[in-house]
Write a protein that binds this ligand. Structure first.
Ligand SMILES: [Zn+2]
Length: 257
């Protein structure tokens, strides 16, 4: 079987080594994992989750009577904080999730991204997504990269036309750097093809699959009831098929990218 998240992690190493704009990324602090999503359903292909946001000030939610304006109900005091994910001694700063099998079938065909890659093979869409998620990692290590507007101020949205063009130019730059095709050629095969070739597709997931550590966790200001720390013991290997993701009983090898 092909370990899809491991192959992506290895490809990321090669991309980061060959792409000056991404060379600041320490992939030991990035964990790649799989989420389930059908190929024929709409939704994201991948997501970059940041685990370095600072803890919030204590706060609470409240509800007012619409007519009198009177306070009718108030939640407990809480703080929001990111959970800790630690692999060995390394604190993970970013999680990058790939939605399987949907991502394996991502294609430039019928995608607006085709404009960015006029003569490219359909599977370039997947390489674009991988570079896109890496580009979300903020060089200032303060969260998700903020996109500067033309006037130099920061946009609250993390994407803009420039973001997509910069990703496309990094994808072309990577391929122009003569990487070993063995690093990325698994992307050329769709999910059915991978199944035929490798007899199965597996990926790292969290033990509480389909959950995973949330980027921000709301925590009551009283003793903890949920784990705030995840380690390699919380990672499983799952086999992804068209309709499900089944846990494999053999112990998988887990490591950061
Ligand atoms: Zn994005």
């Amino acid at each position: 079987m092909i370990n899809y998240t491991e192959r992506i992690a290895l490809l990321m190493q090669d991309i980061v080594a060959r792409t000056p704009a991404l060379s600041f990324i320490n992939l030991a602090e990035v964990l790649v994992f799989g989420r389930f999503g059908r190929a024929d359903a709409d939704g994201a292909f991948a997501t970059c989750h940041c685990l370095t946001l600072p803890e919030s000030e204590p706060g609470y939610y409240f509800w007012r009577d619409r007519h009198t304006g009177e306070l009718t109900r108030r939640s407990e005091w809480f703080i929001t904080k990111t959970p800790i994910v630690r692999i060995g001694c390394t604190r993970i700063k970013y999680l990058i999730s790939f939605v399987l099998p949907r991502f394996c079938d991502q294609s430039l065909t019928r995608s607006w991204k085709k404009e960015l890659y006029p003569d490219a093979e359909p599977w370039f869409a997947k390489l674009d997504t991988i570079v896109h998620e890496l580009y979300h990692i903020d060089p200032d290590a303060s969260g998700i990269r903020r996109i500067a507007r033309a006037d130099g101020s920061h946009s609250p949205r993390s994407h803009g036309p420039l973001f997509y063009e910069q990703v496309a130019s990094m994808v072309r730059g990577y391929l122009d750097s003569s990487p070993d095709a063995g690093m990325y050629d698994f992307l050329a095969t769709d999910f059915d093809g991978l199944h035929r070739r490798f007899r199965g597709v597996v990926a790292t997931t969290f033990r509480n699959f389909p959950s995973f550590p949330p980027a921000v966790k709301i925590e009551p200001m009283k003793p903890l009831t949920q784990p705030a720390l995840y380690t390699e013991d919380d990672l499983h290997i799952r086999e992804f098929t068209d309709g499900s993701a089944r846990r494999l009983t053999r112990k998988g090898q887990h490591r950061a990218a």
